[in-house]
Design a protein around this ligand. Structure first.
Ligand code: GTR
Length: 423
């Protein structure tokens, strides 16, 4: 009896120590492991990449394919039909400075369909304005108090502050995220803004029976295969299909679409920019682990932690790198390099150690060798700038004071940089 008790408590304590080890969170720079930065300019078979052409013909495709197969999962290559329907329009929005358009985008595959709505504001006093495109966390109706924004009927997370308890959006949550979306400032800056609620594309939960994935299964398939798309890829896919719509709308300057995202949606904007070269520029706001931050530093959130908390974000094949970062033949700076030579902005927040600001900065720095191959300035110093002192080249970086969030400071700098680099 005593033996049995000891055995059980031993097993229990082994389990807890395993769990604790798995969830170890390091915030101490002196404990960052030693590791080599995988060279963007040496191919997997050892060839040194010396020209932009070798990069785009050989190295870029093999890196893209690695990220597809082993990190985010492959997108489906075909759909049966894509259609667009303007469901609402107004020419007196945002203090009469903008037009508003809401377009339902429908993807069909295997006799099933999924629709989501993109909300678009364009400045009235400027034709051909460049446009920011982003997914959002809580529904289009949360980004502005505009009463004409269609309330999402998709699954939303229960949120006490918003009074949501039954996974249904409420009128009272209109405009509750305006702090992250300074629409008027964006319009005044001469830019359009378009956004899609990510939950309409794939609800953010570990469940692949709903959302976009379900349209693409073979008979008897219930989950993506190990190298097939997780949720980040589905959200990125929807951004690409939104860009397909932009290309059909003469009011929108599709060639000047800047894909933007915060946090998990910053991981999404990076992946969208990497997989779809039509995006003219890419912004990652506090994207952290699985976004801009170097995985091999294991600082703040790690592959083990993120894969445990959000197993559906990545492909199952990513799990092979849990507590095994040294086996990764790539790191996230090579994801950023896939965006070259297009303008790229990586931003961090000082209090957002979870996202590893230094790892985000170094990633932008190490990606810059590929920009340099094109004769373009990236982040050529390996010294982080002071807080609130952005470095803005074709590759830009800032760390601002404050926490994990999107602030006016962030937007003011994105606008300033985009005016210069999105031509
Ligand atoms: C956190 C997650 C981060 C980041 C964040 C967010 O819980 O650990 O990777 O994506 O969520 O999306 O707000």
């Amino acid at each position: 009896m005593k033996f049995a008790f000891l055995t059980i408590s031993l097993i229990f304590s082994l389990q807890t120590s395993f769990a604790q080890k798995e969830f170890e969170r390091n915030y101490d720079e002196s404990k960052v492991p030693n590791f080599d930065i995988p060279d963007p300019l040496t191919s997997f078979d050892g060839q040194i990449i010396k020209t932009a052409e070798d990069w785009s013909q050989k190295r870029r495709p093999e890196l893209l394919s690695f990220f597809e197969e082993n990190v985010y999962g492959k997108m489906p290559s075909t759909i049966d039909d894509l259609s667009f329907k303007i469901v609402e329009e107004g020419d007196n929005a945002i203090n009469n400075k903008a037009t508003r358009k809401q377009v339902k985008i429908t993807i069909r595959k295997n006799n099933q369909s999924l629709s989501y709505t993109v909300l678009i504001y364009l400045p009235k006093d400027k034709s051909n304005a460049p446009i920011f495109l982003s997914t959002n966390f809580r529904g289009n109706h949360t980004i502005n108090a505009d009463p004409n924004i269609i309330l999402t009927d998709a699954w939303v997370p229960n949120t006490k502050e918003l009074g949501i308890t039954d996974h249904k959006a409420k009128e009272s949550s209109r405009g509750t995220r305006t702090n992250r979306w300074p629409v008027e400032k964006i319009i005044d800056g001469g830019f359009g803004l378009a956004t899609v609620y990510y939950g309409e594309v794939d609800p953010d939960k570990d469940d692949f029976s709903d959302g976009l994935h379900a349209l693409f299964y073979a008979e008897d398939q219930q989950n993506p295969k190990p190298n097939e798309w997780g949720s980040i890829t589905a959200w990125a896919f929807a951004l690409s299909k939104t860009l397909d719509y932009f290309e059909t709308d003469p009011a929108i300057n599709a060639n000047k679409t800047i894909v933007f995202g915060h946090s998990r949606l910053g991981k999404t904007s990076l992946w969208a920019g990497a997989t779809d070269e039509r995006f003219a520029g890419v912004i990652s706001n506090d994207s952290g682990c699985g976004g801009a931050a170097l995985s091999k530093r294991k600082f703040g959130e790690t592959i083990a932690i993120i894969s445990n908390s959000f197993p559906h974000w990545f492909s199952d094949s990513f799990n092979q790198y849990i507590e095994n970062e040294s086996a990764l033949p790539v790191d996230q700076h090579q994801l950023l390099a896939l965006i070259a030579p297009r303008p790229l902005y990586v931003a961090s927040a000082q209090e957002d150690e979870w996202a590893d600001p230094k790892g985000e900065f170094l990633s932008a720095h190490y990606a810059s060798t590929v920009y340099n191959l094109y004769g373009i300035d990236g982040i050529n110093t390996n010294k982080m700038p002071k807080v609130n002192q952005p470095i803005q080249n074709t590759v830009a970086y800032h760390i601002r004071t404050g926490k994990h969030d999107v602030t006016d400071f962030d937007w003011e700098n994105y606008i300033k940089w985009a005016k210069k680099y999105i031509k």
